[in-house]
Write a protein that binds this ligand. Structure first.
Ligand code: PLP
Length: 414
């Protein structure tokens, strides 16, 4: 059992009032709030250590470099990568996937090759592949979802052929909360000798990740969604693949030797880290991962599961409520895979999602509205957007009660 009231004290922002109401922050899938320890460790680095990494012989530069490399080791441990060579710092999930699209695309893809994605992908796992299409005539094969918002695994298996080169898929939908069976997906793909990229943006804050146990080939996540700072993220890649891929960007630190005639590349992971990295954010990210680990991801997951199930029960009692994803227990029978992540998307009658979100905000409830960077999924669902609540471990049942009361009040206005 987590002591939520004690943990909430780590997040000063949760004390804020919005329009005279206690803030209820239910936009955690967009970004999580930062605990004081993350803010403190970054402030301390700027106040006492700051110097550019990797290029200095002086004390501060070496200290900053040590902090950054310790952070890399913390990330390695967090995802159980074999080696820190497999941990590339990026600006976030988006940059990680763009890196793979560009470099893996250059090294391994030819005209006519195919990549499997799914209908529930975030734009970050669609558009990079489309950008690649301007350079190589690759095809995107899209795995459909079922009406209750799950991946159609039968269709998925049927998408493979001799031209399939990569599966790029999200572990958890940022709209539906659907938790995809990534273990099974990886087994199926590997049986066809096809590598798998996992978009773990919505998984990393909620469930333990073990890249060796999963045997995924690439995995991407963002620091800011896992209680860390903005502007920092991770690409995990198997060393054997990263070694064969060309650099993504050119500049300082990613080089071995440079001349106007010929340049060689640095070793992994630096080959993929051109320019001055956000070395203060890496320290913040490491602190955030340690913080989450100390609380314990299984306890976090259990609490968020309780919150989600409680919210679903309350929401389902509201007339004209439409919840996307999260099939009801009756509909699912004994299928335990029905449990989704801590994200709930919904609409009420014909009320526009933007109106609902705006009025909820006036009552202190922060939710997200719109297409959630998943327009193809909106098309599949036949809607323009939803209201989305997304929970973190610092959220409480009391906050859900406040939200439901506010929602009922807003609905009455229409
Ligand atoms: N993938 C998923 C599933 C997401 O939910 C998000 C962000 O919402 C992203 C990718 C992009 O993450 P970022 O904007 O941090 O790069």
């Amino acid at each position: 059992m987590l002591n939520i009231q004690r943990l909430r004290k780590d997040f000063p922002i949760l004390e804020r009032e919005i329009y005279g109401h206690q803030l209820v922050y239910f936009d955690n899938a967009a970004t999580t709030q930062k605990p004081r320890c993350v803010i403190d460790v970054m402030t301390d680095e700027y106040l006492n250590v700051n110097a550019n990494v990797h290029r200095g012989v002086h004390y501060l530069s070496q200290q900053a470099t040590d902090l950054m490399e310790q952070a890399r080791e913390t990330v390695r441990r967090f995802i159980n990568a074999r080696s820190t060579s497999e941990v590339v710092f990026t600006r976030g999930t988006t940059e990680s996937i763009n890196l793979v699209a560009s470099s893996f695309g250059q090294a391994f893809l030819d005209d006519g090759d195919e990549i499997i994605v799914s209908e529930m992908e975030h734009h970050s796992n669609i558009v990079p592949w489309q950008l690649l299409q301007s350079r190589k005539a690759i095809k995107l094969r899209v795995c459909p979802i079922t009406d209750d918002g799950r991946l159609d695994m039968e269709a998925f298996v049927g998408l493979f052929n001799a031209r399939t080169r990569l599966v790029a898929i999200t572990a958890v939908s940022n709209v539906l909360g659907t938790v995809n069976p990534i273990e099974e997906i990886i087994v199926v793909a590997h049986a066809h000798q096809v590598p798998v990229l996992i978009d773990a943006a919505q998984a990393a804050p909620h469930q333990a990740i073990d890249v060796q146990a999963l045997d995924c080939d690439f995995l991407a996540f963002s620091g800011h969604k896992v209680y860390g700072p903005t502007g920092i993220g991770v690409l995990y890649g198997k060393e054997s693949l990263l070694e064969q891929m060309p650099p993504y960007m050119g500049g300082g630190e990613m080089i071995g030797k440079v001349s106007f005639e010929h340049t060689t590349w640095n070793q992994l992971p630096y080959k993929f880290e051109a320019g001055t990295p956000d070395y203060v954010a890496t320290t913040g990210l490491a602190r955030a991962l340690d913080y989450v680990t100390a609380i314990g991801l299984p306890a976090i997951q259990a609490h968020e599961h309780d919150l989600t199930q409680y919210a679903l029960r309350q929401l389902r009692q509201i007339p004209e409520m439409r919840i996307f994803g999260h099939p009801s227990p009756e509909a699912m029978g004994k299928d335990t895979q029905a449990d989704g992540s801590a994200v709930i998307s919904f609409l009420v009658g014909h009320i526009h999602h933007l109106d609902l979100g705006t009025l909820l905000d006036r009552l202190g409830i922060a939710v997200r509205t719109g297409h959630h960077c998943a327009e193809p999924l909106m098309h599949r669902l036949g809607i323009e957007g939803t209201v989305r609540t997304s929970f973190a471990f610092y959220n409480t049942i009391d906050e859900i009660d406040l939200f439901i009361a506010a929602l009922q009040r807003v609905i009455k206005m229409f």
